[in-house]
Design a binder for this molecule. Structure first.
Ligand code: ADP
Ligand code: MG
Length: 656
């Protein structure tokens, strides 16, 4: 059954070499009941770990059912541990957050035989725990815990049971129970090897091997009290290593994804607080990204809409700023007057023209007042700026010439001054001068940097001479005959103005001429910067969330190193461990991501409704946030898990 030849294992502690095993050779047959004795530090546990394939020897040969197992891969070793060997530890090593039943059935999961769950229940009944299956380890006595561990070791029908001081942590009554169980198992034909330093335990077995300083110093048959030296039962046959590996190859696909998910879920649920904190980090990050990008995109879209309504065949002219030393001066040579407007209106590629002056002013109606932008424009304004009044009318050429005190209100000013009431025909004061309201402008929408509806329009002449006392026009808007004529119109305008103002023909500096597509692209690039700014703030918060997950994952994996060791000891391979942590990490970041998306989208809707901001949740931001959160979860969860999974089971189990 087992044959080891000249096994060596040396631990190096700094400069000191400890020969834990120094050339041990042994043969144990099927159905034997063996005790290994010896002083503390004599190498008993080391030997057991090697027999149980939890550790590899430095040198020597190990034949298990005729097959040399020292050369097997880690993966194959996991299969053999899972199927042929049952291990019982002094410290029980039950998973604390799982019930007795879940603990006992764990090896079945890794064997791909979870449909045999009832087997776990039967094994628990076999050790007398049928009415404790749903108890957690903390709700069980030491003896009961060890019995769960024995049930766990038996659940896959191993041919050999290895127990390292199984009674070391128990009171004498529990001790007797455990010994009785082991004895009974051997009587049924199982090979049982048990390490003990207690003679009364060893006396129950049929063979006692004594070790000292890593060597076997005695190996003798023993006749237990009231028994015989030879078992009467034919030993269990069980499968060979080759059979087992072949069979596992067949069922490999059956270790189902759902089992991993179940394991991950139960791990998450058993550490609720930690899981919630991990999820929270990702959640906030994702929500921030979604909301910020929604804000950016929304602003961009609303600016684009406004620009659309401006039309792309508009030119915008204003006197350039000359320079005198370090001081910027408005060029006196190119101040605009009505003469310029009339001149430009006659050009062949020009369809319409109006002049504009703007300034802020205090506007009062009754007891309401507001500080707003007052703009003086020409009569072409409604046609050129898509601003036909929605109530009342625009002012006429006649009123313009007569410098009449008439005004049109933007919707924001309207609400501020009149609320719901009809303003047409009412009298308001602009900078203490009485104006008659003759119309209401259509809403241009807010968004971008300025509320376009927070404005009052009056005739240009009235604004210049009666309200602001300006002699010159601030800027002139020119509409080309068509969008295709915009360049020709610009050229014409430039030439005409240069001539009119006695500038050099090739002067392109004195008058600043911009067309709307230029303004559009400037605005668009500004918006892009803004979106990027918002996006990077959000990305930073996502990163911070990611670092949060990383911390928690690192702590979690480190804390669970012993769990990883136990899982490996009962048959999980690296892939199983990785899958478990991967699914756990992905599940958490996925939940965080989904809740974050909902929350971010919700926040966007709230911003839209409450603050009236233009927001638009984009698919891009959702994909970005989801992908990023998944990457964060996987990278920061997998890396520490792979570190832990690389440890051999014993190192991981010993981890403090
Ligand atoms: P026993 O179980 O018989 O008490 P062990 O097999 O645990 O003894 O240990 C045998 C020797 O190997 C002891 O001297 C112990 O200090 C040493 N040893 C065991 N494990 C390690 C380890 N991981 N690192 C260093 N030394 C170890
Ligand atoms: Mg020991």
């Amino acid at each position: 059954m087992i044959e080891i030849k000249n096994i060596h294992k040396t631990y190096t502690m700094g400069k000191v070499e400890v020969k834990a095993l120094d050339g041990v050779s042994l043969k144990i047959d099927d159905g034997e009941f063996v005790a290994i004795m010896g002083a503390s530090g004599s190498g008993k546990s080391t030997l057991m770990h090697i027999l149980g394939l939890l550790d590899r020897p430095d040198a020597g040969q190990y034949l298990l059912r005729g097959q040399d197992v020292t050369a097997l891969s880690d993966e194959a070793l996991a299969v053999v541990r899972n199927g042929l060997i049952g291990f019982v530890f002094q410290q029980f090593h039950l998973l604390p957050r799982m019930s007795a039943l879940e603990n006992a059935e764990l090896p079945l999961v890794y064997a791909g035989k979870r449909h045999l769950r009832e087997k776990a229940r039967a094994e628990l009944a076999g050790v007398g725990l049928q009415d404790r299956v749903l108890h957690r380890p903390s709700e069980l006595s030491g003896g009961q815990q060890q019995r769960v561990a024995i049930a766990r070791s038996l659940v896959n029908d191993p041919v050999m049971l290895l127990a390292d001081e199984p009674t070391g942590n128990l009171d004498s009554r529990s001790k007797a129970e455990i010994i009785a169980i082991l004895k009974q198992l051997n009587a049924r034909g199982k090979t049982v090897v048990i390490v003990t330093h207690e003679p009364e335990v060893a006396q129950q077995t049929r063979r006692i091997i004594t070790m000292r300083d890593g060597k076997v110093i005695a190996d003798a048959k023993n006749v237990p009290a009231g028994g015989s030296a030879v078992s009467a039962v034919t030993p269990e046959s069980g499968s060979t290593v080759k059979d087992l590996l072949a069979e596992r190859h067949r069922v490999a696909g059956k270790i189902k994804f759902l089992d991993y998910v179940r394991q991950a879920l139960s791990a998450m649920i058993s550490h609720k607080m930690r899981s919630i904190l991990s999820i929270l980090g990702i959640l906030i990050g994702v929500a921030a990204v979604i909301a910020m990008l929604a804000l950016g995109t929304g602003a961009k879209v609303s600016i684009e809409q406004q620009l659309q309504s401006l039309g792309s065949n508009l030119l915008w002219l204003h006197p350039a700023h000359g320079r005198s030393g370090a001081v910027a001066l408005e060029s006196t040579a190119t101040r605009f007057t009505q003469v310029d407007i009339d001149l430009l209106a006659r050009l062949p590629h020009v369809k319409r023209v109006y002049g504009s002056v703007t300034a802020r002013a205090q506007v009062v109606y009754g007891s309401n007042n507001t500080n707003t932008q007052v703009e003086g424009t020409g009569t072409e304004y409604p046609a050129m700026r898509a601003a036909t009044p929605v109530a009342g009318r625009f002012f006429t050429e006649q009123e313009m010439r007569a410098r009449e005190k008439v005004a049109l209100l933007g919707t924001t000013v309207l609400t501020n001054l009149f609320g719901e009431a009809n303003p047409v025909g009412e009298t308001i004061k602009i900078n203490l001068i009485n104006f008659k309201v003759i119309g209401v402008l259509p809403s241009k929408g807010s968004g971008g940097f300025r509320d376009q509806d927070d404005t009052v329009i009056v005739p240009l002449t009235t604004a210049m001479y009666r309200v602001f006392g300006k002699q010159y026009i601030d800027s002139i808007y020119v509409e080309a005959v068509s969008a295709g004529d915009i360049d020709a119109a610009q050229e014409e305008v430039r030439r005409a103005l240069n001539k009119q103002h006695r500038l050099k023909a090739d002067d392109t500096e004195s008058v600043d001429i911009r067309n709307m597509s230029e303004i559009k692209s400037t605005l668009e690039s500004t918006m892009k910067t803004l979106t990027m700014l918002l996006g990077s703030i959000a990305a930073i918060s996502l990163l911070v969330g990611g670092i949060g997950i990383m911390n928690i994952m690192l702590v979690s994996v480190t804390e669970r190193t012993r769990e990883i060791g136990l899982r490996k000891a009962i048959g999980a391979n690296n892939k199983d461990i990785m899958m478990q942590f991967l699914i756990e990490a992905v599940l958490m970041s996925f939940i965080g991501g989904i809740v974050g998306i909902v929350l971010g989208a919700g926040a966007s809707v709230v911003m839209k409704l409450a603050a009236g901001w233009a927001v638009q949740v984009s698919l891009f931001s959702i994909v970005l946030a989801t992908v990023f959160s998944l990457i964060v979860g996987v990278v920061f969860g997998l890396w520490p898990a792979s570190q832990a999974a690389k440890l051999n089971p014993i190192e991981a189990l010993r981890y403090e």
